[in-house]
Design a protein around this ligand. Structure first.
Ligand SMILES: NC(=O)C1=CN([C@@H]2O[C@H](COP(=O)(O)OP(=O)(O)OC[C@H]3O[C@@H](n4cnc5c(N)ncnc54)[C@H](OP(=O)(O)O)[C@@H]3O)[C@@H](O)[C@H]2O)[C@@H](O)CC1
Ligand SMILES: Nc1ncnc2c1ncn2[C@@H]1O[C@H](COP(=O)(O)OP(=O)(O)O)[C@@H](O)[C@H]1O
Ligand SMILES: [K+]
Length: 477
């Protein structure tokens, strides 16, 4: 299958997949050519962003080091003062070795003093082949750099998980190849990357569509938002229903207000109590009370938010009945317990933060992408693991990493707002994973629209309409 270009640009590759890509690419191009292209891309980026200065290239024993020798060669040919420090020479017969023997310029020791003598350090120690924590000697040398450009990854950042293996330097610029890796965007790795340049080094694009790579950066292009159509009517735009708790009402009201502000055709709240409060919240809301099961008979009222502000009992009653009537459920907050595990299997989307995730699935080691993928597959439900780098996983294996968010979202009720956006996009007919991804992006965009202030959840809601439109115009621009 040939993917649309705008979408394949959002692919994130992990180091194992990159290995597969390399192996197939070798059928088209020798590794040494790829390495030369990689080194050229790094040298070009350095020449673009820095003035000529004293360069030290720190080279490791693998192909990342191989790229480093190429960079040294090119910059020296351009007249820059360049020294190379090898941690360990590459093994004879390897492509990195071929690059190593071509370097006949200045060599120096792999130590702190060499770093201090340089203006700019090129980190070509480890990239995709990082296999364990880096030791004290290597970390002390990297730590001495004031200005550092990383090849592929700052050494020590795990390309698959974004976890720091022992130590990693903070790069000002990272040049990676073919596509970004998940570790460039996952925290804490993202904090170490600096400016990210993704260079084309001649790997044929068809290789990417042949491999079933299924991790994506969450940006417009991954999904398409429905527009306000000439012939729209409220039922076409979609009905969002929120289960409203009888005592704690704020969370459900935020969810409903969010739906109303980002384009739902109609918003209903089923109130287990406090009906007047719900009615007073917005004249746009339809508020029902009475027999919940009767309310559920209306087939047009398909999409329901269940969890925000509900007591345990309210969750039980509503979730069971929503499932019985085959509703599309967005489950959050108090619905997210281990006890409800089997009920969650019948939901379309669940939106745990890390605490709720662990409450349902138990603790996990290292790779959050793997953990959230597994959770989605076990539940057969889209799982949105919320946080500063929210992950959105589909049971079919697709995962999106969202970086389009900032700490202005860290305000009470912000998660409730997200549920309303997801429900709105589901109600207008978007596919579940795409609706979830788009909603997470729109939620983040609402925060960016408040970049000079400190929004509370209501402020975020006011920006949702514009945020939703920005999710389209981004692509159309
Ligand atoms: N993808 C592409 O298209 C292209 C990719 N290219 C480049 O190739 C890079 C990947 O190269 P790579 O596979 O040789 O791995 P690399 O990162 O050099 O490290 C492996 C070596 O380091 C060692 N080692 C690991 N961790 C260690 C530690 N903590 N402490 C000490 N040692 C450690 C490890 O030892 P071992 O684990 O085997 O004991 C092995 O010797 C990639 O990042 C990109 O820059 C381009 O050249 C061409 C096109
Ligand atoms: N530092 C942060 N950077 C980006 N997004 C954040 C940050 N902190 C929280 N968020 C987002 O804000 C929302 C908080 O939701 P949640 O934890 O359920 O809070 P609440 O229950 O108060 O609504 C999530 O969507 C989360 O991804
Ligand atoms: K590196």
């Amino acid at each position: 299958m040939q993917l649309k270009n705008e979408k394949t640009n959002l692919l994130l590759i992990n180091p194992e997949e990159m290995n597969q890509v390399d192996k197939i690419a070798m059928q088209y191009l020798p590794v040494l050519t790829l390495m030369e292209n990689a080194g050229l891309a790094v040298a070009r980026a350095i020449m673009q962003f820095y003035k000529p200065c004293k360069i030290l290239v720190l080279c490791g024993p693998g192909n990342n080091g191989g790229d480093g020798y190429v960079v040294a060669h090119i910059l020296a040919n351009e007249g820059w003062p360049v020294k190379v420090a090898s941690l360990k020479p590459p093994e004879k017969g390897t492509d990195a070795y071929k690059a190593f023997v071509q370097w006949n310029g200045d060599k120096t020791d792999f130590n702190i003093q060499s770093v201090r003598d340089a203006d700019l350090v090129v980190d070509a120690v480890f990239g995709a082949g990082l296999s364990r924590d880096i030791d004290d000697h290597i970390s002390s040398v990297l730590k001495a750099a004031d200005h550092l450009v990383a090849i592929d990854m700052p050494s020590g950042v795990d390309g698959k998980t974004g976890i720091i293996r022992g130590y990693a330097p903070h790069a000002e610029l990272t040049v990676t190849f073919c596509r970004a890796k998940a570790g460039h965007y996952l925290l804490p790795g993202r904090e170490y990357i600096g400016k990210l340049v993704i260079a084309n080094i001649g790997i044929p694009e068809n290789i990417l569509s042949e491999l079933s790579i299924n991790t994506w950066l969450n940006e417009p292009g991954l999904w398409e938002l429905p527009i306000a159509d000439v012939e729209d009517y409220k039922y076409h735009r979609g009905i969002v229903n929120v289960v409203g708790g009888g005592t704690v009402t704020g969370a459900a009201r935020l969810s409903a207000l969010a739906a109303s502000s980002c384009g739902a055709g109609l918003v209903h709240i089923f109130a287990f109590g406090s009906r007047d409060l719900y009615l007073l919240t917005s004249p746009c809301f339809m508020v029902d009370e009475g027999d919940f099961t009767d309310t559920l008979q209306d087939k047009r009222r398909k999409v329901w938010v269940c969890g925000p502000g509900l007591t345990e009992d309210e969750v039980k009653i509503s979730l069971i009945n929503l499932i019985k009537t085959n509703k599309t459920i967005v489950a959050d907050a108090s619905a997210l317990t281990k006890e409800n595990f089997d009920l969650l299997k019948q939901c379309a989307v669940i939106t745990p933060h890390i605490g709720e995730f662990k409450r349902i699935f138990g603790d996990f080691k290292d790779c959050r992408i793997e953990a959230v993928k597994k959770a989605a597959s076990i539940l057969n439900t889209v799982v949105i693991l919320k946080g500063p780098d929210t992950l959105i996983a589909s049971p079919d294996g697709r995962v999106a990493v969202n970086c389009h968010a900032n700490a202005r979202l860290a305000t009470a009720g912000s998660g409730d707002v997200l549920t309303g956006v997801i429900a709105t996009l589901l109600a207008c007919g978007m596919e579940v994973w795409e609706a979830s991804c788009a909603a997470v992006w729109i939620h983040g965009e609402a925060a960016f629209l408040h970049n000079n202030s400190w929004p509370n959840a209501m402020d975020l809601i006011h920006n949702l309409g514009k945020a939703r439109d920005n999710g389209r115009y981004h692509v159309e621009k």
